[in-house]
Design a protein around this ligand. Structure first.
Ligand SMILES: [Zn+2]
Ligand SMILES: [Zn+2]
Length: 313
């Protein structure tokens, strides 16, 4: 296997570097963008990051590696640079939904501008538009100088509509799908490792308080990494009821009830400074569930290694 070194181009943080020999299979999750709503390049928000949602799940076996990308927020820019450097030429890009913070990086997804890349796009058809029509709308004058039909990768772009599906398999990777409570609906994904030993749940954007909470609790049961829309503190949420987002307290409660191993606070509110995230949001989560962590841009987690560490022999 040619691609065993995974490094960020970012000068300040290393994503991960794995030069060891792999035995069996391993699953990694990398956070390329963790901020909700709008990018926040302000100095006092950079510890946890200012790019909007994009995470990557990498499954590695001794024969191959498989990378799945979730959402095309501004985080996808570094994500695809890294993947191209690694030698990836086939891309699987999933959309939780199409709100701007989750698609704003799409026109900077470099594989679109190369003839040697194959791109599979997964998401919902909505409002009487096919998934292809929705994506095409982002490459249109006067918003972008290159129209969709002019993209060099045009003949290698494949669309996969997820409407009504509860699961999908990609090269042996099993993915469960669950609707979320969000204006115009979003989808959550549970991504399993190749050997089905570990899993990661990506569940954003979602507001608690509907019947879907029970479904979500079942959906995340005993997962290793539970990434959840934790936009608000308890006090902030009171002013944003009905906006389609949740709190760290709700995330921690779900994590505890579903017996997940690690809860990752995600989709940070643009107004949350690093200090606010640590002293308010994380504090409110940890009161309920100790294995709560703030999603941090460019951070990678080796899920398989974590699973082995946490599972009693
Ligand atoms: Zn969002
Ligand atoms: Zn949204």
């Amino acid at each position: 296997m040619a691609h065993r070194s995974y490094k960020s181009k970012s000068p300040k943080k290393t994503v991960l570097s794995t030069n060891k020999t792999f035995t069996g299979t391993e699953q990694f999750v990398t956070f390329w963008g963790v901020r909700g709503t709008i990018p926040t390049p302000e100095q006092n928000r950079l510890k946890y990051g200012g790019n909007t949602p994009c995470i990557e799940i990498l499954n590695i076996s001794s024969q191959k590696h498989n990378s799945l990308i979730f959402d095309a927020g501004t985080g996808i820019i570094k994500c695809c640079e890294n993947a191209l450097l690694r030698g990836d030429r086939v891309f699987h890009l999933f959309f939780s939904h199409m709100h701007y913070d989750h698609i704003i990086g799409l026109t900077k997804f470099l594989p679109f501008f190369r003839k040697d890349c194959k791109i599979h796009i997964y998401g919902q058809a909505k409002f009487s538009k096919t998934l292809k029509e929705i994506i095409q709308h982002f490459f249109i004058a006067p918003f972008f100088p290159v129209e969709f039909y002019q993209l060099p990768a045009l003949n290698n772009i494949y669309f996969h509509e997820l409407n009504g599906l509860s699961q999908i398999d990609i090269d042996g990777i099993h993915i469960n799908i669950q609707p979320l409570n969000h204006p115009q609906e979003a989808l959550a994904f549970r991504i399993w490792s190749l050997d089905k030993r570990t899993s990661v749940v990506y569940a954003t954007d979602h507001e608690h308080g509907s019947n879907l909470d029970i479904e979500l609790e079942k959906f995340i049961k005993e997962t290793d990494i539970f990434i959840y829309d934790s936009t608000f503190s308890e006090s902030n949420y009171k002013n944003h009821i009905g906006w389609g987002h949740s709190t760290a307290k709700e995330g921690a409660t779900l994590a505890k009830n579903a017996n997940v191993k690690n809860y990752i606070i995600f989709h940070h509110d643009p107004s949350s400074t690093d200090t606010y995230l640590e002293e308010k949001i994380l504090y409110e989560a940890k009161k309920i569930f100790d294995q709560s962590y703030l999603a941090t841009e460019y951070q990678s987690i080796n899920v398989s290694e974590l699973h082995t560490l946490l599972t009693p022999k």
